[in-house]
Design a protein around this ligand. Structure first.
Ligand code: PXP
Length: 238
């Protein structure tokens, strides 16, 4: 069975809209674990737009499953990871102006730097994954960095889902997963997956874990709406 990593960044996005304390992503992580999440993913961005340093620190002590820390391959983030020692780190590219992670890491271009970067993390027993686009060149380059895992970027497939180009995007993922498996890499995938497009993803062989965030938090808003309104009404009639 494919494992589910729940990305709770967007709980923090709602908190940051007011700059207060609620909703707390730490509570979201505990509830996700109670519901069966196999791991919790947080992306500590350079600009701290959602998850912040306090969240990462508290989560590193309270997550009972596995903590997967998404981060850019910078010196600042390396220091934090070596201090926190999450179960795993997923290295992602990061642009300040983007709304969300837009593409995969260009491992081909940064192979030498990444080799050294991942070594420092792996020496401390942190499992390292590289978030890459599903291409032969990127999978091969990822393998050459010495990492144990890749995470295939499913954004293009998600965008093209239910269009004439869906098959093409899906086949890229399938081929990349097969090649990675042949090279001995373990394969995760994520970005843009939802309750509809995820079903076909499950037919990809050798998948270990899917990291899913936005669609789960979006659904949680609606599945919790009625109770939240009733709870407030109960107070108002007191
Ligand atoms: N995997 C990676 C590497 C990501 O950057 C993200 C988004 O932060 C996700 C998975 C989850 O994507 P989504 O929120 O679209 O489910």
């Amino acid at each position: 069975m494919v494992k589910l990593g729940v990305n709770i960044d967007h709980v923090a996005t709602i908190r940051q809209a007011r700059g207060g304390k609620e909703p707390d992503p730490v509570t979201a992580a505990a509830l996700a674990e109670q519901a069966g999440a196999d791991s919790i993913t947080v992306h500590l961005r350079e600009d701290r737009r959602h998850i912040n340093d306090r969240d990462v620190e508290v989560l590193s002590r309270t997550i009972k499953t596995r903590m997967n820390l998404e981060m850019a391959a910078t010196e600042e983030m390396k220091k934090i990871a070596l201090d926190i020692l999450p179960h795993s780190v997923c290295l992602v590219p990061e642009k300040r102006e983007e709304l969300t992670t837009e593409g995969g890491l260009d491992v081909v271009k940064q192979k030498k730097d990444l080799q050294e970067y991942v070594k420092a993390l792996m020496e401390q027993n942190i499992i390292v994954s590289l978030f890459i686009d599903p291409s032969v060149e990127q999978v091969k380059a990822a393998y050459e960095t010495g990492v144990e895992f890749i995470e295939l970027h499913t954004g293009r497939y998600a965008e093209l889902f239910d269009t004439k180009k869906e098959d093409e995007a899906f086949k890229e993922l399938e081929e990349a997963a097969k090649l990675a498996n042949k090279l001995g890499l373990k394969v995760n995938a994520g970005h843009g997956l939802n309750y509809w497009n995820v079903k076909r993803i499950l037919t990809i062989p050798f998948l270990y874990e899917l990291n899913i965030g936005h669609t789960i938090i979006s659904r949680a808003v609606f599945t919790g709406m009625e109770k939240a309104v009733r709870d407030m009404k109960d107070i108002l009639i007191l």
